[in-house]
Design a protein around this ligand. Structure first.
Ligand code: DX5
Ligand code: ZN
Length: 217
């Protein structure tokens, strides 16, 4: 499994997004959290910011949509330049149709599960996805404590991916840090989102390297 690190700009300075993207050079992705104040109780940014950020950095954008009606809005994030677009299972009306549309428009299609959403009902949908995101906090805010109780779900998801021989990636998001990343990797995750652990560090690029080293160990 190849380890990938996706720093979340939710913990960055929104007035200096281009510089903050530059500060994590060497990361595989730039994780952009879109929140609509309906699906989650927080509001962040939308299509125009993703579009501008995409022009400002060479790092591909990993767009995490914490919004209602992703069927309606997700395609616009592909058009805005995101290389990967993640919608939430709890919000999507037609996840297979949506994943196919995201792929047809040229991005990787991913689906996210909130902590209380089991993976098993989605087993048959996995071949339609390029990545599954297992949330390890309740979505909405950075800086929350990692939920250890999600480790069995990560393990079960990895087992399903392996059972079907799928190439899809398994992402974790929420409370991922130098203290928790090894547990996630051991459970079978291979794409790691980290906000406060990267942007809260003195040297964000060094924090990315340190996280990668721990996940690969
Ligand atoms: C939370 C977001 C995360 C957030 C993670 O709902 O989806 O991407 O930025 O932040 P940390 O790494 O600080 O938990
Ligand atoms: Zn996120």
């Amino acid at each position: 499994m190849t380890v990938q690190i996706s720093p979340s700009i939710l913990s960055a300075d929104f007035a200096r997004l281009a510089e903050e993207a530059e500060a994590v050079k060497g990361a595989d992705w730039l994780h952009v959290d879109v929140m609509d104040n309906h699906f989650v109780p927080n509001l962040t940014l939308g299509v125009p910011v993703v579009e501008s950020l995409g022009r400002a950095t060479d790092t591909p954008i990993d767009c995490h949509l914490m919004i209602e009606e992703p069927d309606r809005w997700a395609p616009a994030y592909v058009e805005a330049g995101a290389g990967s677009v993640t919608f939430h299972a709890e919000a999507a009306a037609a996840p297979v149709r949506l994943a196919r549309e995201i792929r047809a428009k040229g991005a990787r299609a991913a689906m996210a599960l909130k902590p209380a959403t089991p993976v098993e009902p989605y087993e048959d949908l996995l071949p339609e996805l390029d990545m599954l995101l297992v949330m390890t906090v309740e979505p909405g805010f950075g800086g929350q404590a990692f939920l250890d109780v999600m480790l069995p779900k990560i393990r079960r998801t990895r087992a399903l991916i392996d059972k079907y021989g799928l190439q899809m990636w398994l992402q974790v998001d929420g409370g991922v840090s130098a203290d928790t990343i090894e547990r996630c990797a051991e459970a079978g995750a291979d794409v790691f989102v980290a906000g406060s652990a990267v942007y809260g560090a003195q040297d964000p690029a060094a924090a990315v390297r340190a996280l990668r080293a721990k996940a690969e160990a």
